[in-house]
Ligand binder design. Structure first.
Ligand code: ZN
Length: 252
């Protein structure tokens, strides 16, 4: 770890060593070193494609071509990206019997790809899933990617010709209440919540760590940059997740 060692990390190691009910709450920052940029960051995808137009639920219902144009632009970003050491460190924590669930704001499927078997609650959906809005047939990611690469326009359901909806939560789209309920239950019952790679700027997802804290959990934040919610952290570690999280887990 050299000169970048944060003394808070040994306190975090001790906390995790003596607790068994840990829940991870993850955001874009855990996937940036996998090659998935934070869409909100300067120069990120949202600068080129205004999400209020391209990833907006009511626009999608009327003019889905905007959304599919955005998906086309996302293909090269996601196609070769894989989970990184931080995702794998959570799998290791799970194998120690300490991690009860992962609540994620990411839709990249990396926790599952890394091998996580605990419940992964995907507050914003999963880019690998889509379905027909008319006949409800599940549509495979491989079908969509291939179609978008070789065609212009809007993909339609191969079964009935109906409209396809990605299983991701778009802006202004009603939130899935059951997911929020599951996340709430894990938050209420954990002893420690690891808040990893998230600026906690997206409502209502950002209420989950606050709820955990209110119910008595300790919050350990690991982020590259400070966030406006840092005042709620029991411990705050500033640094690279792909370096710090594996180090932390392997020293428990
Ligand atoms: Zn259909």
């Amino acid at each position: 770890m050299g000169e970048y060692f944060d003394p808070q990390i040994s306190v975090a190691i001790d906390l995790i060593r003596y607790h068994e009910h840990i829940v991870a709450f993850t955001g874009a920052g855990i996937s940036t070193s996998s090659g998935i940029e934070d869409f909100r960051s300067p120069g990120g995808l949202w600068e080129q494609y205004n999400p209020l137009q391209y990833a907006n639920y009511s626009v999608f219902l009327k003019k889905p071509q905007y959304y599919w144009e955005l998906e086309r632009a996302m293909i090269p970003r996601f196609e070769h990206a894989r989970p990184n050491k931080a995702h794998k460190a959570l799998v290791k924590l799970e194998k120690m019997g300490k991690l009860q669930a992962i609540i994620t704001q990411n839709m990249d499927n990396f926790h599952q790809e890394a091998g996580s078997k605990v419940p992964v609650i995907e507050l914003h959906g999963n880019k690998n899933r889509a379905y027909c809005m008319d006949c409800h047939t599940p549509i495979k990611r491989s079908f969509l990617t291939k179609w978008l690469k070789h065609n212009s326009g809007i993909p339609i359901c191969p079964v009935c010709g109906g409209r396809i909806k990605p299983d991701v939560v778009l802006f202004n789209e009603p939130f899935a209440e059951d997911l929020l309920e599951q996340a709430t239950e894990f938050a209420e019952n954990c002893e420690i919540m690891l808040v990893l790679g998230t600026s906690l700027s997206v409502f209502p997802a950002n209420q989950i760590p606050l709820l955990a804290r209110k119910m008595g959990a300790k919050l350990i934040f690991i982020n590259k940059d400070p966030t406006f919610m840092d005042k709620y952290a029991t411990l705050r570690i500033l640094g690279d997740l792909e370096t710090y999280l594996p180090f932390l887990v392997s020293n428990i």
